[in-house]
Design a protein around this ligand. Structure first.
Ligand code: AMP
Ligand code: ZN
Length: 393
């Protein structure tokens, strides 16, 4: 017989603890993601066999155009949009999944953090309501853990694997050893790469065209200028002195450089396109160099995958440069078994399918969340289990 007991905060929240899914059948998760600006809801199914999980449906409402006029994510716009859209997206997703023959859920998953407190609270409270209303366990999961595990929705990537997680709020290199154990090997000492790229797009005054600003920057960027070249030589951060041996990332120096050079004169459009390319390239070169530094100092002979995930992993120049870097590492007989993998474009950005999947994996590990859990703004990925509210079977 299965029995739940409480791991940390000793809260009993009215669940029927004996109603646990036997490990031999499909587990279906209904999930909500509202950690930033996207309102996303998904249904994911996983069987205990070796087959890949199935995304039954995934619906995401994006509020890009409303944020564009503020030049970035505006907290009150985002809160208003989640409040307006979440119930509707949940309703549509439930109807869609029912029409596809899936009408019962074994658990409700939701993003607990890290992220923006207001948006997180909206998703978390809605998920608690669903968990209570449907009498199902709540799995309040870690957003970056979900980005790290996303790749397993589409490819057979087994632990341990290395991940470079590049998003609007994070730039971390991690070694994922299990569903809950993610060792941080390097992280940004200042701003995240997505933040840097978004600011470059802003300084260059590139219209978003209903895409994220760094995606608009990628489309706008052109690597060559036919007639003349431009004087743009971005710095190579943390590459000299003691800092050269430090595997951490830094993008604030590049951001100051970008602001300075872009505002130093009036650039022709063709010149701006080359600037956009060089400013992206400099940040990606920095990522490749620092990742190599970290890899050089570790024994990664058992690690077969390098995963690149998060919104910035949509960038094709980054993927190309990471691939070239890996080839050069192979030539040096470093990480000889390692292969580069990344989620499909839709799953690189914030989405509820990754939250649904992470909820299922945590549930399989025997965890669920107390109904008293609160959102967490800052939550390092190496402390997933250190917060209050987890209960273990
Ligand atoms: P996330 O926080 O994981 O949702 O990622 C959002 C970040 O990814 C934002 O900074 C976006 O501007 C950035 N992003 C989205 N698409 C691209 C792209 N094609 N190239 C680079 N960055 C991108
Ligand atoms: Zn994210």
């Amino acid at each position: 017989m299965y029995r739940w007991y409480r791991l940390r905060n000793q809260l009993h929240c009215g669940f029927n603890y004996k109603k646990v899914i036997p490990p031999c059948r499909n587990i279906t998760s209904l999930a909500i993601e509202t950690s930033c600006d996207d309102t996303s809801v998904a249904v994911v199914q996983k069987s205990s066999s070796e087959s890949l999980p199935k995304i039954v449906c995934l619906n995401t409402h994006r509020t890009l155009s409303k944020n564009e006029k503020y030049g970035g994510i505006h907290p009150s716009v985002v809160i208003q949009e989640h409040q307006k859209n979440l119930a509707k997206v949940v309703y549509e997703t439930i109807n869609q999944s029912r029409s596809l023959g899936v009408s019962k859920y074994d658990l409700i998953a939701v993003t607990r953090g890290p992220g923006m407190m207001g948006p997180l609270a909206i998703g978390l409270n809605f998920a608690k309501g669903l968990a209570v209303g449907l009498d199902k366990p709540l799995l309040a999961v870690h957003h970056m853990q979900a980005h790290a595990l996303t790749v397993q929705l589409e490819s057979r990537v087994s632990f341990p694997f290395l991940s470079i997680l590049v998003s609007g709020g994070h730039t971390i290199l991690i070694l994922s050893k299990s569903v809950v154990a993610h060792e941080i090997l390097a992280s940004t000492t200042d701003i995240a790469i997505g933040d840097y790229l978004d600011k470059c797009a802003k300084y260059l005054e590139i219209p978003w065209n209903n895409q994220m600003p760094a995606a608009a920057l990628e489309k706008f960027a052109v690597p060559t200028l036919n007639d003349k070249s431009i004087d743009c030589n971005p710095p190579n951060p943390m590459s000299s002195g003691d800092k050269a041996h430090n595997p951490n990332f830094s993008f604030s120096g590049l951001e100051s450089y970008a602001r300075r050079i872009i505002t130093s004169k009036t650039w022709a459009t063709s010149e701006k396109k080359l600037l956009a390319y060089k400013l992206q390239e400099a940040a990606f070169k920095h990522i490749c160099q620092k990742m190599t530094k970290a890899i050089e100092s570790l024994d990664l002979s058992k690690v077969r995958f390098l995963v690149c995930s998060g919104g910035v992993a949509r960038n094709s120049l980054l993927k190309k440069m990471l691939k070239e870097q890996l080839i050069s590492l192979h030539k040096r007989e470093l990480a000889p078994e390692m292969k580069l993998v990344y989620p499909s474009l839709e799953l690189c950005s914030d989405n509820a399918a990754m939250i649904a999947y992470t909820g299922i994996r945590m549930f399989e590990e025997g965890y669920k969340s107390s109904l008293e859990v609160e959102p967490i703004r800052k939550w390092p990925i190496n402390t997933i289990m250190d917060v209050e509210g987890w209960m273990h079977q």
